[in-house]
Design a protein around this ligand. Structure first.
Ligand SMILES: Cc1cc2nc3c(=O)[nH]c(=O)nc-3n(C[C@H](O)[C@H](O)[C@H](O)COP(=O)(O)O)c2cc1C
Length: 188
């Protein structure tokens, strides 16, 4: 058991498409985590009001973001979970706008929220080449290094374009499920 209480896993879905590949992958990881004894919860970023960072630096002067939206509550919720599953589809070789707006708002957050967190990434893409996810993977690796987070697993799903297409890839779903199990077992 670590300082945050290890058996809690929060899934954060960065795709606006409900029942889409990102959500299916996050669900599968959470199902694996639940099987290993974790309490799980899922957030759909697109259903929250998360405004883009305005770079006003009020957070740096006064300590808190001045924007009144759902972000402060979401950060408080994230703080209660030691393990986060972050999912985004590849959009133009990068993340979805929802995921990027959410990450940009980490700038104004108490950085202690991030240090020591364990994360699992999951990224579906239409392309058949996993290389299409390289900028997302690189971005998350650099952010994790900077903030002191540990990426326990990265589950990539190439060749999935239509909503739910990842269901036709049982090996990827198995890998997602197993990563959820493993992260809970290893963090105990
Ligand atoms: C705006 C937009 C941009 C996209 N850009 C890419 C891309 O650059 N490369 C790629 O392989 N797939 C791209 N895709 C396809 C998605 O990554 C793919 O359909 C993914 O499975 C969507 O996940 P979801 O079902 O969770 O929304 C794009 C889709 C959209 C809607």
């Amino acid at each position: 058991m670590n300082e945050h209480g290890s058996k809690r896993v929060l899934g954060i879905v960065g795709s606006p498409r409900r029942g889409g590949n990102t959500e299916i992958l996050v669900d599968e990881i959470l199902a694996g985590a639940a099987e290993a004894g974790a309490d799980t919860e899922k957030i759909i970023l697109n259903e929250l009001n998360i405004l883009p960072c305005q770079a006003c630096d009020a957070c740096k002067d006064g300590g808190e973001c001045v924007q009144e939206d759902d972000m402060s509550e979401l950060l408080a919720q994230m703080e209660r979970y030691p393990i986060w599953v972050l999912g985004t589809p590849v959009y133009w070789w990068g993340p979805s706008a929802q995921l990027k707006a959410f990450i940009d708002r980490w700038y104004g957050a108490n950085q202690a929220i991030f240090k020591g967190r364990t994360i699992i990434l999951t990224i579906p893409m239409g392309s058949g080449s996993k290389k299409t996810a390289q900028h997302n993977v690189g971005m998350f690796n650099d952010i994790a290094g900077y903030l002191g987070m540990n990426i326990a697993a990265t589950v990539l799903a190439p060749s999935v374009h239509k909503r739910g297409a990842v269901r036709e890839h049982p090996q990827i779903l198995d890998a997602a499920h197993q990563s959820g199990r493993d992260v809970v077992e290893w963090n105990n």
